[in-house]
Write a protein that binds this ligand. Structure first.
Ligand SMILES: Nc1ncnc2c1ncn2[C@@H]1O[C@H](COP(=O)(O)OP(=O)(O)OP(=O)(O)O)[C@@H](O)[C@H]1O
Length: 293
């Protein structure tokens, strides 16, 4: 593994019996990145994250922090911050008890750091988990895993079920307190619009296949969204855009690469949003969005 890559996967497939959840994918996650893992329900996000933390056997090559997740799981987990999709903290425990528990279990955990992080939240050290709201439990969980001195954080739909303010608070704490240009985070989410500004990179899974793995800067240079007059729709369609849709009442077309000059001249070039790109690359033909042209 190169020093820069915290995760390295090549020819990676994940199966449940005869069901293929992740199909022959390859990617790497260098240091200092905030990577969004996007995909519809059942695309394979949780399965991939489970394999990364050694909870699921994999075919192909997989290294996380230079370790084989399945064979060296114990060693890996001591250097990893992970919140699974069904994150639960013991309801009976008080916050300070959890901090003590983590100190005993996790050699790289700093109780002082966890207490400092919790000062950012409304969670008190004597609070019992069962008295906290869902948003507070999630912040507590983040404070606990962010207090592990690790280089990689893996978050599986961390803000599921939280209101918009709690989601914002969660991501602010993550970015301010954990991302330092050396550590990397892999986050799966369905809230594509919300995390777009946080991400440095995005990976899109569609039925187990990796259909896009790109940095946000590369999206700007590779994909073109063209806003155009409805009268030009036929000429635009003839240039085979990935997706035609409407945005703020305006007819739009999304292209992989610049469209032919005569087509580009029919409209105004705009920055494609992550959601549009996601729709274009992972949309099943039978579930066309109502906003489609
Ligand atoms: N324990 C299991 N046994 C059999 N098949 C499974 C199991 N867990 C997941 N799958 C299948 O593997 C595929 C990928 O599921 P996975 O949970 O990884 O998707 P996901 O992208 O995390 O979905 P969601 O967004 O709904 O959480 C799906 O087809 C799912 O039905």
């Amino acid at each position: 593994m190169s020093n820069e890559n915290l995760v390295q996967a090549r020819g990676l497939s994940l199966r449940y019996g005869s069901k293929t959840a992740v199909d022959n994918i390859g990617f790497s996650i260098p240091k200092g990145r905030v990577v969004g893992l996007l995909g519809h329900n059942g695309a394979g996000k949780t399965s991939l994250m489970k394999a990364l933390v050694g909870l699921m056997p994999a075919q192909g090559e997989l290294q996380v922090l230079g370790l084989d997740p399945l064979r060296q799981r114990e060693q890996l987990l001591s250097g990893l911050s992970y919140i699974p999709d069904v994150a639960v903290l013991p309801r009976w425990a008080r916050v300070d008890e959890l901090i003590r528990l983590m100190s005993g279990l996790q050699p790289n955990f700093s109780a002082d750091r966890a207490r400092a992080l919790l000062k950012r939240t409304s969670v008190g050290p004597r609070d019992k988990v069962k008295t906290l709201s869902k948003g507070m439990v999630t912040q507590l969980h983040l404070a606990l895993v962010a207090a592990i001195d690790s280089r990689l954080m893996i978050l599986d739909e961390p803000t599921l079920g939280l209101d918009v303010m709690s989601r914002k608070g969660f991501y602010e704490m993550l970015i301010d307190e954990w991302c330092d240009g050396e550590r990397s985070v892999l986050i799966s989410t369905h809230q594509v619009e919300e995390i777009e500004t946080l991400l440095s990179d995005v990976m899109m899974l569609d039925e187990g296949r990796l259909v896009l793995n790109i940095s946000l800067e590369e999206i700007d240079s590779r994909f073109v969204a063209l806003s155009h007059d409805p009268a030009a729709a036929e000429a635009v369609a003839a240039a085979h855009p990935l997706l035609r849709y409407r945005q703020q009442g305006q007819a739009m077309a999304l292209f992989d690469g610049a469209p032919p000059l005569q087509v580009e001249a029919l409209g105004r070039r705009m920055r494609p949003s992550l959601v549009d790109l996601f729709m274009a690359l992972t949309r099943k033909p039978e579930i066309q969005p109502s906003a489609q042209v």
